[in-house]
Design a protein around this ligand. Structure first.
Ligand code: KE4
Length: 425
């Protein structure tokens, strides 16, 4: 499936970049193939270096919620870049962005910008430990919070895809401070808090786990995490790098009505440029340098061009009443997939919320990562390549979530469903 130019580029890349990629999930290892290289992307379509056009259902893993290269963002980037690319000095765009995040995200009274989701979760963890004076962190199997040393334990996404949920290079002492539990098992977390609740600095979770399939919290589960953390003086951290600004203005914390103490943000907030953020209660955030004892910094944090791009995306989302539209095309897509599963009598499941979705090649209830692992990955791989051959680009891993955008029209959805009808067997 790899075109001639992609093949040449990949050979050259492997000589100078580990695995030929700058992020492992791009390597197509989980689908036993080699990646293609992209020349350009616009709207919901990408074009590879060999001229092949594909409907993109990943949207650079979430940021492209308006579609690729929206004019409102590219024009903004051109204009703002003329006045300078980076200052390392406070700039007005940082204040505007912080105000929008505080207005949109229920838990955020103050926010600090960083350059990736990993930096956001790493900083939130350090802040939680500094604020509580405690060391232990609870995370959940299959949840992925970026490649933070203390969180690369039983992680999802690329770590799980490559069967290395516990990366090499993490000192045992770091991993010892991380308690990993199965998601949606209330009795397990109640037991841990009863045993050592006063040693827990924080619980960190993806409130809608989306890096090991797309999973929903059982009724009352998020409420339990909120109650336990409050009762024992631990902080509740929602990692909304994927769901923030994606499922609603205020992400899952808006949808669920559960307000964490801190949250990590990323992807959509940068409009396609490298941006992450973490924020939450003002009394906690004030523990950050230069006011407080928890150090955290970044040369390019709050970069003017990236802030302007992110602001342009968020404002356009609001202007287009984007979340309602994303729900409409998401529902159309889900109706189509569900009717294919029914008509063909396939033992498959489909989970969706808004513009995020995951098709499972198995029919067990999706409780957590263990359910996802029961899937037929051979059937997934066959489906992935069959769709790619017919111009539909899906995530090259059964653990990853798909993303629709405002650039996906009804006809793009219907074209995708026609291909699914041919390829789902
Ligand atoms: P980054 O450091 O990759 O910007 O963000 C890390 C991160 C943190 N938290 C959540 C919930 C995330 O989903 C991510 C990153 N998501 C993956 C896609 N599943 C990034 C893709 C990749 O690793 O290339």
């Amino acid at each position: 499936m790899q075109g001639e130019l992609s093949k040449k580029l990949f050979e050259a890349a492997k000589a100078v970049i580990p695995g030929g990629v700058n992020s492992p999930v791009r390597a197509f290892r989980n689908v036993d193939g080699d990646p293609f290289f992209v020349r350009r992307a616009k709207g919901c379509r990408i074009e590879d270096v060999d001229g092949r056009s594909l409907i993109d259902h990943i949207g650079t893993w979430g940021p492209a919620i308006l579609g690729h290269a929206p004019t409102v963002i590219t024009n903004t980037v051109h204009e703002v870049a003329k006045n300078g690319l980076s200052f390392g000095i406070p700039n007005p765009f940082e204040v505007e962005m912080a105000k929008v995040v505080c207005e949109w995200v229920p838990s955020v009274e103050k926010v600090r910008m960083v350059n990736s989701g990993t930096e956001a979760t790493m900083s939130a963890i350090r802040l939680a430990r500094g604020f509580t004076g405690r060391d232990k962190i609870i995370k959940f199997e299959g949840h992925y919070h970026g490649h933070v040393d203390s969180l690369l334990v039983a992680a999802g996404s690329g770590a799980l895809t490559h069967g290395e949920p516990d990366s090499a290079g993490i000192p045992r002492s770091f991993a010892a401070e991380t308690i990993t539990l199965p998601f949606n098992h209330p009795e397990r977390i109640e037991e841990v808090f009863a045993r050592c609740g006063h040693e827990i600095a924080a619980i960190i979770l993806e409130p809608y786990p989306a890096n090991a399939g797309f999973v929903f919290p059982h009724a009352g589960y998020l409420e339990l995490l909120r109650e336990l953390s409050s009762e024992y003086g631990a902080l509740l951290i929602f990692d909304e790098v994927m769901t923030g600004f994606r499922l609603a203005r205020g992400g899952v914390q808006e949808l669920s009505g559960i307000t964490p103490d801190l949250c990590a943000l990323g992807k959509v907030i940068g409009g396609g440029l490298p941006v992450g953020a973490f924020g939450g209660r003002g009394d906690i955030m004030d523990h950050l340098a230069p006011d407080g004892p928890v150090y955290q910094a970044g040369t390019l944090s709050g970069n003017p061009v990236a802030m302007a791009a992110g602001l342009a995306q968020l404002r356009e989302l609001e202007k287009q009443n984007g979340y309602q539209r994303l729900e409409e095309i998401g529902q159309r897509f889900e109706d189509g997939v569900q009717s294919l599963i029914r008509e063909k009598g396939l033992p498959y499941r489909f989970n969706r919320a808004g513009s995020m979705w995951c098709l499972y090649f198995g029919d067990s209830e999706i409780v957590n990562v263990d359910s996802v692992k029961q899937g037929d990955f051979g059937a997934f791989r066959k489906f992935f390549w069959a769709c790619l051959e017919r111009g539909i680009y899906l995530a090259p891993s059964p653990y990853e979530t798909g993303f629709l955008s405002l650039a996906h029209t009804e006809s793009d959805i219907d074209e995708t469903l026609e291909v699914f009808a041919e390829c789902l067997t």
